[in-house]
Structure formats: C-alpha cells, structure tokens
Design a protein around this ligand. Structure first.
Ligand SMILES: Cc1cc2nc3c(=O)[nH]c(=O)nc-3n(C[C@H](O)[C@H](O)[C@H](O)COP(=O)(O)O)c2cc1C
Length: 370
C-alpha cells in the first residue's frame, strides 16, 4: 500500500476527508425524462464513496437549465427524494457528496427545453457544436438573449436548488461556473455582449454569477459548504478566444468571490479532457494566491502528478474524472498501483446500469452498505 500524502486524511473547512482524492463531476445521462436519477445511481455513487469527496454529476436547477437529455434535476419533489436516497447511501458508506448546480444556458437545444422553447443566454450567439438530445446529436441553435428583468428569477431558481440540495442531504454544493455554461457565458466578453447592467465592464459581467453565489451561500448559512468550478483556460465549445483578457477576468472574479468565504475553487487546468497546456493569458498560481479557501486541481491527473502538485503547493485536493467511470475503487487502485480499467465511450452517456454501476473493483464487486 502506498503512503502517498494524496491518500492520507485531510481537513476541508469543517469536513474531514479520508484522502485528497475527489471524484470529479461526471454527467452520465441516466435519469428519467423528467430528471429523476435512477435507483442504481445509489449503487454507482455508493461504490465510489472511498473518494475523499464526491462531486455529483451536473444537476439542473430548473427545467430551463437543461441542456442534455436524461440529466438529473433538483427542482421537483421526486428529484429531491431520489437524491435523498443517493446521499443516504453515500453516507452509509462513510462518503461525502456535494451537488453540482447547473444551468447550461446556450449549450442546450429546444428538444430538451420545456415547450420546445429556445435556450436562453446572455446574448443571442449560437455556440459551435452539437447538443445531446433524446434523438441523438443535433446542431446547437441561436439562443434567446435574456431580458434584464428575467435574471432575478434565475437567481431564485439557484436559491431553490441550493435549498433542495440541503434538504436532500448533500454535504455541500458546487456552483458550476465552468465549461462555458450559463455563468461562464456571462463572465466571458465574447459570449456576453449585453449593454445592460449585466454586460460590458467586468464588474457588470460578474454581477449575475455573484448574485447566484450570494443566493446559494445564503441558503447554506455562508460559504463554508459551497465550492465553485472555474475553467479559465477552456476553449469550449470551440470558440477561441473566449475572452479578450482571461487573466484580468478571472483575477477579478476570484477577488470578488473572496468575501463569500467559499470552501473551495475547483479548476480545470487546461481544456477539459483535451490538454493540460495553459496559455500565457491564464495564471492558475495567481488565482490560488488570491483565494483563501482550498484549491482543487483537475485534468488528466495521475497519482504521481498529484503528489508533485501537492509538494509544490499548487493544489490541496485533486479530482479525477474519467478514471472514476470504470474504477469504483480508484483510491484502492492508486494505493496499490493496480492497473486502471477504461470505460468504452459508448457507455459514458445514456443507457442503464450497464457500463455504469456494474464495474467491479480489483477484488470483485464493490459492496455498498444501505
Ligand atoms: C463523461 C464525462 C462527463 C462529464 N461531466 C461533467 C459535469 O457534469 N460537470 C463538470 O463540471 N465536468 C464534467 N466533466 C469534466 C470532468 O469533471 C473533468 O474535468 C474531466 O474529465 C477531466 O478530468 P480527467 O482527466 O480526470 O477525466 C465530464 C467529463 C466526462 C468524461
């Protein structure tokens, strides 16, 4: 067994984590058409409870937030009940789980929107690429720009989602402000061309995300159980540059987040799944220096790389995404140097328990206490 510092207990705010390994949020599109996670999601998350912390798959705060078919929500009673069963299972297996709060904005499609309406966004600019619908991949459309007076209702949707997450027994929430979904669409000057108080100068572009952070931390009695995900170096969904000055934008964002006392920033170093290369226009070390809470690194990490980053003081916790798809006992495999299984891409999104909650550990099925 490894005595790696990554695998030793650590405190995160008022939580004690078994290790520094975080299960990264992973959308798996196995919920019902009305956004209720299936019972076998309890097995899936329960099997992975040896992670120091699980961040759930991105979860829609409202019907309007949906961008991908079969993704879960946290606005209805049935959704809250289903999530409650999942959090109970994770806790019965000595795990901790945060819910990732999601609004996809323009990265959506009328097929997954209520009444077939257009997706909403800060500005009416179509993203590149395709959307995952019940009928397969379809090209993105030009979204509808939000009216100024519609924005407070979306903040309220975040507030309700944060409250519901608490009711469902989550240990905390992570605000998804990465990968060019709605919050990042407001932050970046290429996707936010608004002329009202939510657009233009960085102070204005940050206004809506900060209103969301205020609402969510308000529901959780402060920032001590609230994290945020940021992807300053992303090029998703394929437009470059997304931002004329990412260093200034994200410096201002992190500074503005400071008064909320957030538990952590969860970054994506480089472009998710694609590269760890970071352009000169982004400085992760500067963001870490500016932020008082914990810092979770991510993207193509290995145990060795995580050890190096920890030794250099570049991150506190380390999230693993793809390795968690097919290795429910990832922590055990990292500790023993066992090989990692790889999940075929066909099983990543959509389907049932197959290729999801039926991956064995090194020593056979991973038992889940109920
Ligand atoms: C199947 C799949 C689903 C993902 N879903 C989400 C998600 O719901 N929320 C999110 O912030 N990132 C999501 N990501 C990105 C991962 O959290 C992570 O940033 C990425 O996989 C890189 O980490 P890795 O190299 O350890 O896989 C997803 C990635 C994959 C492969």
């Amino acid at each position: 067994m490894s005595d790696s510092p990554i695998l030793q207990p650590v405190t995160l705010g008022d939580l004690t984590l078994k290790n520094r390994v975080v299960m990264a949020p992973l959308t798996r599109s196995r919920s019902s058409a009305d956004g209720v996670p299936p019972d076998f999601a309890g097995d899936y998350y329960g099997q992975r409870a040896s992670a120091g912390l699980i961040v759930s798959e991105a979860t829609n705060i409202s019907p309007q937030a949906v961008g991908y078919a079969f993704t879960p929500g946290i606005w209805s009673e049935a959704q809250v009940e289903a999530w409650s069963r999942i959090t109970r299972t994770v806790h019965a297996n000595d795990g901790l789980i945060f819910l990732q709060l999601w609004h996809t904005g323009r990265i959506s499609h009328p097929d997954v929107q209520p009444g077939g309406q257009l997706p909403v966004a800060p500005s009416a600019l179509a993203p590149k690429g395709t959307a995952f619908t019940a009928e397969g991949m379809k090209p993105h459309v030009t979204p509808r720009a939000l009216e100024t007076d519609e924005i407070p209702a979306i903040v309220e949707d975040y507030r309700r989602a944060a409250r519901n997450a608490k009711q469902a027994g989550f240990d905390g929430v992570e605000i998804h402000s990465a990968n060019n979904y709605l919050l990042e669409q407001f932050v970046r000057d290429s996707t936010n061309r608004r002329t009202d108080r939510y657009g233009g100068l960085i102070e204005n572009r940050l206004r809506f995300p900060l209103e969301v952070v205020r609402a969510v931390t308000g529901e959780w009695g402060g920032g001590h159980r609230v994290g945020i995900r940021l992807s300053p170096a992303t090029t998703q969904p394929g437009e470059t540059p997304l931002d004329s000055d990412p260093r200034a934008t994200y410096g201002a964002y992190v500074d503005a987040l400071s008064p909320f006392g957030l538990l952590y920033i969860h970054t994506i170093e480089g472009v998710t799944q694609q590269t760890r290369d970071v352009p000169d226009s982004v400085d992760f070390d500067d963001l870490r220096r500016r932020f008082k809470g914990a810092y979770i690194g991510n993207n193509q990490l290995t145990l060795e790389l995580a050890e190096k980053e920890l030794a250099e003081g570049r991150a506190d916790l380390f999230s693993f995404g793809r390795p968690y798809l097919a290795n429910p006992d990832l922590v055990h495999r990292l500790a023993t140097g066992a090989p990692l299984a790889e999940a075929p891409k066909a099983t990543w999104y959509g389907g049932g328990a197959n290729g999801y909650s039926d991956w064995p550990g090194m020593n056979g099925p991973v038992p889940v206490r109920r």
